[in-house]
Write a protein of this length. Structure first.
Length: 369
């Protein structure tokens, strides 16, 4: 039997303070493969690219810490991997020499399915990201970047590789940040991955633990949340994550654990509280109830759309009181200084998540007028 443990998003600006509690360290020692999303490139090389949102990186010591603790598979197809350009990506890949790194590099490297084998069991691993800055659109793209989750190449890649491995695990980095539930479009795409031959889909990016479900007997996890993320902040479950244990032999079995981290003390531990257990159970229940799910999605898109208005107007250099007084003052400054920031507009259209939320919100507005 092959045991694979899969963890959520990791970014540590102060890795020197991180402490893995004994039970978590033991967990890492027992697995054959420990998988984690390394959310941003290592620091010290490259320059910040022009993009909407913050440019993030982390000390190379963060990479070394994870390797020391037993992580040996690193997912690099994420929306921050290209934040400091090609040299930073190459430096990050070199930091994981001797381990597997997936989803970034040249187009051939980014779209390559890495195959691990143990005890006669062949397992394929594919890392993908939704379309933000630095994505390579297909296997013929030039330069360095990340593999796009909606590329036309994904279907034939999954179909071809699934025919020569025992299991194929797909790791998409996509979705709406700080949301408890996935958008219908992501649910549909991840189910298509299963239709094409994937054995499990385990997602990241929303920075919150979302629910999971089975489709045709195969598990789909929409977001594991933050394994450790000591910069920025978000919703009430920012410091919580899910960890998936996969057991692979003649069948695929899985277990789910809840973890938590304290960025002030650097502690990573199990979370056995009733609160997180109830929260994840309620999200899974919503995914099983189409009526409750559709209502929740409509409310989510309506609220999120109001936040996108700020990005639209910043992109256009315009102003409106609808965005609130603080953002209004920022908009006024952009207008007076003629500082239109088109990166916000670009990301609103190129990123599937943003575009789908906007489309759903506008459709509801039009329908209800």
């Amino acid at each position: 039997m092959v045991k694979i443990d899969i963890f959520g998003d990791f970014l540590a600006t102060h890795p020197e303070i991180i402490q893995f509690e004994k039970d978590v360290s033991s967990l890492l020692e027992r697995a054959d493969f420990n998988v984690v999303n390394f959310e941003a490139p290592v620091a010290g090389v490259g320059n910040p690219i022009r993009k909407s949102g913050k440019n993030l990186n982390q000390p190379i010591a963060s990479a070394y810490l994870l390797k020391e603790k037993g992580f040996n598979v690193f997912l690099l197809a994420n929306n921050h991997m290209m934040d400091y350009g090609e040299d930073a990506v190459l430096k990050t890949k070199s930091a994981f020499e001797g381990c597997l790194s997936l989803g970034a590099g040249t187009a051939q490297e980014a779209y390559e399915v890495k195959i691990i084998e143990k005890e006669g069991c062949k397992i394929g691993l594919l890392s993908l990201v939704h379309k933000e800055f630095g994505v390579l659109e297909d296997k013929t793209s030039k330069g360095i970047g990340t593999a796009w989750v909606c590329s036309v190449d994904i279907k034939p890649i999954i179909e071809e590789v699934s025919s020569r491995v025992d299991y194929l695990l797909v790791f998409p980095h996509a979705g709406l940040e700080n949301a408890d539930i996935p958008l219908p479009e992501w649910r549909n795409l991840y189910k298509r991955f299963i239709d094409w031959g994937a054995s499990a889909v385990i997602g990241s990016h929303p920075h919150a633990p979302q629910g999971w479900e089975e489709y045709k007997g195969f598990p789909i996890f929409y977001s594991l949340g933050n394994f450790y993320f000591d910069i920025l902040s978000g919703g009430p479950y920012w410091n919580n994550s899910l960890m998936v244990k996969l057991y692979l032999d003649e069948t695929l079995r899985y277990e789910v654990e809840s973890l938590k981290f304290n960025p002030q003390e650097g502690i990573i531990d199990y979370d056995k509280s009733n609160a997180i257990a109830e929260h994840t159970r309620s999200i899974c229940d919503i995914l099983k109830n189409n009526t409750a799910y559709n209502v929740a999605i409509e409310q989510l898109c309506s609220v999120t759309y109001k936040d996108y208005i700020y990005g639209f107007l910043r992109g256009l250099g315009g102003t409106t009181l609808k965005v609130g007084p603080l953002k209004f003052m920022k908009m006024l400054a952009h207008m007076l200084l003629n500082h239109a920031d088109e990166t916000y507009l670009l990301n609103a259209f190129q990123c599937e998540t943003h575009r789908w939320v906007i489309e759903r919100a506008l459709r509801n507005i039009v329908r209800n007028k």
